[in-house]
Design a protein around this ligand. Sequence first.
Ligand code: OVM
Length: 394
Amino acid sequence: MDAPVIDIDPFGDEFRRDPQPAGERLQEAGPVVYLESHGIRGMARFAEVHAVLRDHDALNSSGGAGLANFKKDKPWRPPSLLLEADPPDHTRVRRIVSRIMSPRVIESLRPEFERRADELAARVAARGEFDGVAELAQAYPLLVFPDAVGLGPDGRENLIRYGSMVFNSFGPPSELFRQAMRDAAPVQRWIAEHTLRTALSPDGPGARLYDAADRGEITEDEAALLVRSLLSAGVDTTAHALAWALHTFATHPAEWAETRADPTLVRPAFEEVMRLASPVLTMFRTTTREVTVAGTTIPADEKVLLFIAAANRDPREWPDPHRFDIHRQAAHHLSFGTGIHACVGAALARLEAETLFTALTRHVRTLELAGPPRPRPNNSLNALAELPLRAIPG
Ligand code: OVM
């Protein structure tokens, strides 16, 4: 073993409660470490995580983005055609989804998002005390995302349940995963039904994917699986990003005052929140051959855990990495990944954040914690279950 052996369990309670000290220990130990808890390699320094995400030939995704090695263990659902696929298959479908979710297409949603965000922000601010998770961070994506994809109004809570299943599945088959999978059948049935052509409005990205099927660019089944990707990764992730943005502003009143005074700061401040509080803590790749990273050789067919959130706070890349600095150049954080698998919904997530927080600058004078935030344990997400907030409107 040429990598230092570390006893941190990246799916254990201690890591979940506070991933930051573990991140520092991993970085100090070296560019590549061996995590004996699961018999896997890990990386937590920015340079190596960044390089591995871009080296999709040597470290691929069809082995799965979680702990399970799809070459050996049967996946719990048919693999994603995006997240859990490699070129050339991945390239073919990714091109189609990228076009349908392009920044120009997403930008056309802005007026509607602005209207919804303003209504929601005004209503919540007037209430004074509220749960930032239920009433803003989850409520807003659930309000705009299903419409943006072309889903009808009913059953949206299934998206939260399904997101929790998907992101817990990236860890070991622990009690946490079993809990997430309890009564999974009706949720999975709802998701499957809502990936069908008949469930999607004719003007959204869902219908555009079926147009591609009609042109023969993908099959009908592939269109359904690509809609499933949007439903898997589109709600929970943005909800937690918005929750952390609320938390960060509530605990940094000077930065909130500055952002209120100049709402063009909303966008860079959100990038800085994403850097500091990445909703995705960890993601895996699988080696396709023996590969040497920063002088450490990793055999073929091994899972490699990328500590995304830790890399975003690596002092080798970010001066004063734990400080919330809204003037920092933060946009090259790894919370949306990088390389060919970089988040295809990033423009949509950014638009949600920009419209919601711009609306809040108009309706909320001050924001503070009204009680301790309650975490929501998850195998790969940094998630909040509850965020008690107090707002003074204005
Ligand atoms: C997908 C998928 C699911 C979860 C996460 C993700 C972070 C993608 O089904 O394609 O990307």
